[in-house]
Design a protein around this ligand. Structure first.
Ligand SMILES: [Fe+2]
Length: 458
């Protein structure tokens, strides 16, 4: 084999932290957008070395080995580490020939009995064309214990014919919407060449859920929503999920058009993260599908953690619009499913959501209209990293929904601290995304008190 060019152009990542292990990821791509060969790689297997150290300078390497990058998987690698210490920072890097990757920092989950606070951030909706991922650079600087991604990691859209003013600040190479494995791979590669996105992956382990745009806008269950047949859509979805897996530090591979996204990630006695798939199993009025709903109900009622963090993509609380019908692409389109979930709401329920490209905070309660009705938990809806637009004037929506006390129009992410004695969410907003270098600030903060929101004076 001819000597490779520098292959770590897409950075490194880790994810799916457990108390004793994580997944380490990289993908070899000397020419990430090569028109003929994925990543500009030869069609043959390549051996990749990996090292894990206790310290940032790799003076104390605690684990090392090799893994084979296969052309069938776009030369991505997923190293499954176990036997690590809980709640510990580790540093990792890869090498091929004499090329060495940047180092990443990861962190294992705490031991089951741990009561130490958990710091996490959640993000969603990073449309490349819409702006710079500056928020992700600030998120990286916070070095949280874990980053939760709630979907729309990529957008499948092609370059629009009339992009309109102000919104298309970073043009894509491709005019066409992603439909094939090659196109999805190129889209992930384009995103992963971004230094801010690489920094966020290198700073902390991620646990990620895809929403619709990893495949196609507003797809639902078996229905593509674009008039193509379910069989053609299944083929496209298989390509999309394969490319997603090839670029994400996941524990499980997709199986054809199916990807097991719902899963449970415990963080000591403090927080259970319940990752819920609100896209693949929709069927008529059913949001989750019977099997996933049974699983979720068992987790909600069985969890003994202080906080039950229900991580999912779309707006959960009622959000009545004054004139328009309710959104069919949120839980408002599936009210019976929502009622069944809320019927099992445990003490300490915190729903986290994305999708709508604005910040919101909601009280979940037995009667949306009645502040005195039983408090069932809270929902923090996080804004987009870059994607636009969301709602621009929320005043009529806020007036119509007394359980929604907060709206904000910044781009950014949400930074949270969960502890045995409290839960705090800080909405972090960047000043702009149409050029690099935006400063960040906390635009609002909330605590959870007796399953209700309490705004913190800043
Ligand atoms: Fe989005």
């Amino acid at each position: 084999m001819a000597k490779l060019g520098y292959p770590f152009t897409l950075g490194v990542a880790s994810g799916e932290a457990l108390p004793d292990g994580v997944i380490l990821w990289t993908r070899l791509a000397p020419e990430p957008l090569h028109p003929a060969r994925p990543g500009g790689m030869p069609a043959q297997a390549v051996t990749v070395r990996w090292e894990v150290a206790d310290d940032e300078s790799f003076a104390r390497v605690v684990r090392s080995g090799t893994v084979t990058a296969q052309p069938d998987w776009a030369h991505s690698v997923h190293v499954r580490l176990s036997g690590l210490r809980p709640a510990a920072d580790y540093f990792y890097r890869f090498s091929v020939d004499d090329h060495v990757s940047p180092a990443g920092r990861t962190r294992t989950a705490p031991a089951p009995e741990s009561t130490a606070p958990v710091r996490f951030a959640f993000v969603s909706c990073q449309r490349y064309e819409h702006g710079y991922f500056t928020a992700l650079r600030h998120l990286a600087d916070e070095r949280p214990d874990v980053v939760v991604h709630l979907g729309d990691y990529i957008y499948e859209y092609g370059k629009p014919k009339n992009p309109g003013p102000g919104r298309y600040v970073r043009p894509l190479e491709s005019e066409a919407e992603c439909r094939t494995l090659g196109a999805y791979r190129d889209r992930y590669a384009r995103y992963r060449m971004d230094a801010d996105l690489q920094a966020a992956h290198a700073a902390a382990p991620w646990v990620a859920l895809p929403d619709d745009h990893e495949v196609r806008d507003n797809w639902s269950g078996a229905l593509p929503g674009d008039g193509t047949s379910p069989a053609a859509f299944a083929k496209r979805k298989a390509a999309a999920y394969k490319a997603y897996y090839e670029h994400m530090p996941l524990r499980v591979r997709p199986s054809g058009a199916a990807l097991q996204n719902y899963r449970w990630r415990p963080y000591g006695r403090v927080a259970d993260f319940m990752m819920v798939d609100t896209r693949q199993y929709r069927d008529g009025a059913d949001m989750l599908g019977q099997e996933q709903e049974r699983w979720l109900t068992a987790r909600l009622t069985g969890s003994t953690a202080r906080w039950k963090v229900l991580a999912q993509a779309v707006f959960f609380a009622r959000r009545a619009f004054p004139a328009d019908p309710p959104s069919a692409d949120a839980w408002d389109g599936f009210p019976a499913s929502r009622e069944r979930v809320l019927a099992h709401a445990p003490d300490g329920l915190v729903v986290i959501s994305g999708d709508v490209h604005n910040n919101w905070a909601c009280d979940l309660r037995a009667d949306w209209e009645d502040p005195a009705s039983r408090a069932l938990g809270v929902e923090f809806v996080g804004t987009a990293v870059t994607s636009m637009p969301g709602v621009t004037d929320a005043s009529a929506i806020l007036a119509r929904n007394p359980h929604i006390p907060f709206f904000d129009g910044h781009r950014g992410y949400v930074s949270c601290t969960a502890g045995m004695d409290g839960f705090r969410a800080d909405y972090r907003g960047v000043a702009f995304v149409d050029r690099p270098g935006a400063p960040i600030s906390t635009v609002a903060s909330f605590e959870v008190e007796a399953n209700r929101l309490r705004r913190v004076d800043l």
